[in-house]
Ligand binder design. Structure first.
Ligand code: ATP
Length: 204
């Protein structure tokens, strides 16, 4: 998966609609303190399905919405879109991709209404979005998104944490999501069987 464009509106300090083209290769974000470098990286993580407000440096998820300044009122929603293109041989099982292989994922949060996702304009579930990115060996915790201080964290990581990073990079994390799903279904089926046994015993 190649990321081509990031669009933000009302997200943290990016109150006005902002668009960034992301070229192939390594992209670095530089700028003075407080200009919004980390906010951009967080926007990518957020649209990929980040569910922890803490990792967005907020107390609740609505803290990603522009909070207002002395000259501008707060906004009621934040929206981030990520345009991606499929690489040869890649398959996004969770959603339909256009003939050009392009897939635009959008996440929007409204005050008091929570988050909603769209993929190429269609409403999708958070789970679908997490599978899209996990299958493409990326996602909110991808080691390809390197924030300030992250290099030092990798060096200091425990073996288990490094393993999780390698699994993300290798694209195995999508399988973990599916395994969790399958285990839940199995538990539900086992509960149904146990209930059935009880009913049969009662009838005998
Ligand atoms: P540094 O280099 O110091 O780490 P940075 O370039 O990474 O800074 P960010 O941390 O991305 O900067 O941006 C910080 C700015 O974003 C602060 O001015 C903060 O007030 C603003 N900000 C964060 N959340 C919101 C919000 N919800 N509404 C408005 N502004 C916000």
């Amino acid at each position: 998966m190649q990321i081509k464009r990031l669009k933000l509106s009302g997200f943290k300090s990016f109150v006005d609609p902002t668009e960034l083209r992301i070229e192939p290769g390594l992209t670095g974000i530089v700028g003075p303190n407080g200009c919004g470098k980390s906010n951009l990286l967080e926007a990518i993580r957020w649209v990929m399905g980040e569910s922890s407000a803490k990792s967005m440096r907020g107390a609740g998820m609505e803290d990603v919405i522009f909070a207002g300044t002395s000259t501008r009122p707060q906004r009621d929603f934040a929206e981030v879109s990520l345009l991606t293109v499929q690489e040869q041989g890649e398959l996004f099982n969770a959603v339909e991709v256009g003939a050009d292989g392009e897939l635009e994922v959008t996440r929007r949060i409204e005050r008091g209404a929570g988050s909603a996702y769209r993929a190429n304009g269609r409403d999708v579930r958070a789970k679908d979005v997490s599978l899209i990115f996990a299958d493409a060996a990326t996602g909110p915790h991808s080691p390809a998104l390197v924030s300030q201080g992250r290099i030092a964290a990798v060096i200091a990581a425990r073996p288990q944490e490094r393993r999780a990073m390698l699994e993300e990079a290798a694209g195995i994390s999508g399988l973990h999501v599916r395994r969790k799903d399958a285990e839940q279904k199995l538990r539900a089926a086992e509960a149904n069987l146990a209930r059935l046994d009880e009913i049969l015993t009662d009838m005998e």
